[in-house]
Ligand binder design. Sequence first.
Ligand code: CDP
Length: 212
Amino acid sequence: MVIAVDGPAASGKGTIAKALARHYDLPHMDTGLLYRAVALSLWRFGGNAGNPFEAVRAVEEIGNIDPEDEELRSETVGELASRVSAYPAVRKALLERQRAFAAQDGGAVLDGRDIGTVIAPQAGAKIFVTASPEIRAERRHKEITARGVNAHYDEVLADIRARDKRDASRDAAPLVRAEDADLLDTSNLSIDAAVQRAIELVEARLQASGLK
Ligand code: CDP
């Protein structure tokens, strides 16, 4: 079974995807990390994010990025990732490895922005995770300050809004809910409650498709 989890920044999609992978004993891919790795390698070789050719060159270098590298999770890299991910050539260069991951025997859980729409439109279960911008900014602000980095809530909220806008308005694989995706609004849910709800949604899909 393939489970597609999509949604905007700090919606909780990563946590939910990881928990679903554990629950169903499936491998998990955080596809945002691929775009973050492109951004980080571009940044390290001093490339120009305004130039799609340089961004595509950075895709070839992502093998050199350690997935545990702290820098990958930084706001600077997230912001840069959102810019390079708008280039169709960058998305194309990352497409096959995501599709191959989704196509492996036994299935997989993938989270990102375009899993249910582009990477795995055949997914048996699709969840579009969302939350209000204010709540997402609060969560992101907490994460940042927990890492010991100073940040102002207002700036984090402005960044979230700017990123939402860029991700949703780009031409290449914009952030949209797939027509057949279940909506999961986590604004007023604890992590446990959100995970529980996600499992219920997947179970309902399994039953509807006769797999259970
Ligand atoms: O959770 P957050 O948005 O901070 O980060 P992420 O999921 O790691 O994604 C970083 C950026 O990569 C996003 O702003 C998207 O623009 C881009 N992305 C994408 O375009 N397609 C994906 N499947 C995953 C991420």
